[in-house]
Ligand binder design. Sequence first.
Ligand SMILES: CC(C)(COP(=O)(O)OP(=O)(O)OC[C@H]1O[C@@H](n2cnc3c(N)ncnc32)[C@H](O)[C@@H]1OP(=O)(O)O)[C@@H](O)C(=O)NCCC(=O)NCCS
Length: 200
Amino acid sequence: MMTNHGVIRPATTADYPTLYRICLLTANAGSDASALYSDPDYPGQRFVIPYARFVPDFAFVLAVDGEVMGYVVAAPDTRVFEATLRAHWWPALQAKYQPRRPDAAFDENILAAIRQPDTAAGQLVAHWPAHLHINLLPPVQRGGWGRKLIEHELTALRAAGVSGVHLGVSLQNEQVCAFYQRMGFSHIVRSNAIYMGQLL
Ligand SMILES: CC(C)(COP(=O)(O)OP(=O)(O)OC[C@H]1O[C@@H](n2cnc3c(N)ncnc32)[C@H](O)[C@@H]1OP(=O)(O)O)[C@@H](O)C(=O)NCCC(=O)NCCS
């Protein structure tokens, strides 16, 4: 459905509750993961909020009639971002979640990543130093907003002098690779996820 009342604007701290929600509603390979996490904030703690907090110049939301319906976030330098989170984001969560045990199907993915934060493969960051995440709620999917959000992000990354960007697609969400291909991304490698990239 194409809607004409959307605007893309920088994310603010007031958007955080909505960012958590959109992340949860798209965290099951693009679909609702509410039943798969015992804490609705788990996926957002990993996949969206740290970006809005530590690299806010690259965090954008789509607001339709004033309601936030999607986002795109990016880290312009993945290695710098990883170091920032090791220093300023993961320690507090490690302390907070220390007593937590996995209670729902996907909990352990997040709890393990908090206990032992992962790092992007050297091959990825060597050629495509930035990475991004994009998610739209179902009512605004397939209406051209994904393209507009990606273009907005790529423009911001280019303006910052970034030379390349990668992303990871869940093995269960492979069909979405067609979207990224149309946005100029090519396949890099298939491992724990499908990694795609483009030079800027
Ligand atoms: C994936 C997503 C960001 C795409 O945004 P969108 O607004 O739906 O896509 P657009 O309408 O801008 O489509 C742009 C182009 O990609 C194509 N496309 C979009 N989604 C597609 C899909 N799932 N499969 C195949 N092609 C797709 C469109 O047909 C369009 O092609 P065209 O330019 O040739 O007409 C959005 O659908 C979404 O957030 N989905 C759920 C969460 C998700 O899977 N996120 C990605 C996690 S890696």
